[in-house]
Design a protein around this ligand. Structure first.
Ligand SMILES: [Zn+2]
Ligand SMILES: [Zn+2]
Length: 123
């Protein structure tokens, strides 16, 4: 899957290369598991892929943002050594959400997909 294209391409499941493999069977098993995990991650998202384009740039941006959030959003991160002000309510928190290379310090109440989407859209 090419992340730069987001959902705006035909879906292609990850597949094992059948012409080359690790001599080390443990390494090969790891690779097989990684391919299976990738396909399992995308299984519920397959219906979002499409090849019919978008009418407007805004629609294309929204489609790409949905892809980024569906595939990269992580809401359950903690930095046990530092605290920062929650971007929603200014209370100190060690927790943060991350997506697309951005980290957002957020308390338990504000660490939701919807709130992170609002912050991300302002970037
Ligand atoms: Zn699209
Ligand atoms: Zn908060």
């Amino acid at each position: 899957m090419n992340p730069a294209q987001g959902y705006c391409v035909a879906y292609r499941a990850a597949a094992l290369d059948t012409e080359i493999r690790f001599k080390d069977s443990a390494k090969q098993a790891e690779l097989v598991a990684a391919v299976a995990a990738e396909n399992a991650k995308f299984a519920p998202l397959v219906a979002n892929f499409h090849t019919d384009g978008h009418a407007t740039a805004k629609e294309a941006q929204d489609c790409y943002q949905k892809y980024i959030f569906d595939t990269q959003l992580s809401l359950d991160n903690e930095d046990t050594e530092h605290e920062a002000n929650c971007l929603g309510c200014n209370t100190w928190t060690t927790k943060f959400a991350s997506v697309d290379g951005f980290n957002f310090p957020l308390c338990d109440g504000h660490r939701t997909r919807h709130f992170v989407e609002t912050l991300y859209a302002r970037n």
